[in-house]
Design a protein around this ligand. Structure first.
Ligand code: NAP
Length: 282
């Protein structure tokens, strides 16, 4: 595993395990396999409704909490100052931990500047080590940057070879913000995986197309947490540290046509507004 150092001095493992769209039962079944395979970085969220299961599995692993890097995310319904403080405490309770390694604002809606202040208070109180944003446009990120006492350590956005986020990276470069990739493998898109450049490089390095894509992320400095329920894929996705892509190979991958799978709307979509009872999970 390699670790990156974020702009606040804390380190983050470059590869983690994402648990989006996993039920508590799936987390109980598959997160232990991921931990067994060597993963220590887990990416969850209030809105994944599986934090309690993540907390149970981490406790049951018998591995010291300090060995793990745990991320969660707050939803806009909780961004008001008082609600946000309560939401952070509730997240810690569900995950059965006294601190989070990283806490993100999951969506760019509502009172996010207020929530940022409350997250800064949580850092001062030792409840959270690093804070960041997810899915923010550059304009909304700028609003946070303009009022923040703590510069965001992380921006988590859709990022894969079809959407390399070079514009967002240029925007954050001076502040050394670490970019994290959601959909690092294009959510399993068969067309992306079948791009000839990946087959060719897979043949050259004795790896799979998915491993070439994940190695491209590392060459780009991205944090990834591919999701898989398949133990063979879990092992493959962290077996990417024994080779490197050449600069011209990275450039070839970056010359693929660019298109996002999902455009974050300016106003909150219905699925964002529907959520709120985060304790309603096993
Ligand atoms: N902040 C946000 O708004 C946001 C949004 C979406 C996601 N996320 C985060 O990003 C994580 C990953 O996103 P994702 O799961 O949607 O997309 P993903 O990791 O890009 O793709 C997952 C798909 O790739 C397949 N896969 C994984 N490893 C593979 C391998 N070695 N070879 C071939 N196929 C492989 C999986 O199938 P198998 O099960 O068959 O391996 C699954 O279908 C989430 O779990 C979550 O933590 C965040």
């Amino acid at each position: 595993m390699i670790d990156y150092t974020m702009n606040d001095g804390h380190t983050i493992p470059a590869v983690g395990y994402g648990v989006f769209l996993m039920s508590p039962a799936e987390v109980e079944a598959h997160l232990p396999e991921a931990i067994e395979a060597g993963y220590r970085h887990i990416d969850t969220a209030n809105a994944y409704f599986n934090e309690k299961a993540v907390g149970r599995v981490v406790k049951r692993s018998g591995i010291d909490r300090s060995e793990f890097f745990i991320t969660s995310k707050l939803f806009p319904q909780d961004y008001g100052h008082e609600d946000c403080g309560k939401a952070i405490d509730a997240t810690l309770r569900r995950l059965d931990t006294d601190y989070l390694d990283l806490l993100l604002l999951h969506q760019p809606y509502g009172r996010y500047t207020e929530a940022w202040k409350t997250m800064e208070d949580a850092v001062a109180a030792g409840k959270v080590r690093s804070i960041g944003m997810s899915n923010f446009s550059q304009a909304k990120a700028q609003e946070v940057l303009d009022m923040a006492s703590i510069t965001p350590a992380v921006m988590q956005v859709e990022m894969h070879p079809y959407w390399n986020q070079h514009g967002m990276k240029a925007f954050f470069k001076d502040r050394n913000v670490t970019l994290e990739a959601w959909y690092p493998l294009g959510h399993g898109d068969a067309k992306l995986m079948a791009e000839p450049v990946f087959a060719e490089l897979a043949e050259k390095y004795g790896k799979s197309p998915a491993q070439i894509i994940l190695r491209w992320h590392l060459e780009e400095g991205n944090v990834v947490f591919p999701k898989t329920l398949n133990p063979a894929h879990m092992a493959a996705n962290i077996d990417i540290f024994d080779f490197a892509l050449a600069a011209d190979e990275v450039a070839r991958i970056n010359s693929l046509p660019q298109k996002a799978y999902y455009t974050v709307p300016d106003e909150p979509p219905a699925f964002v507004l529907q959520h709120n009872d985060w304790d309603a999970q096993e």
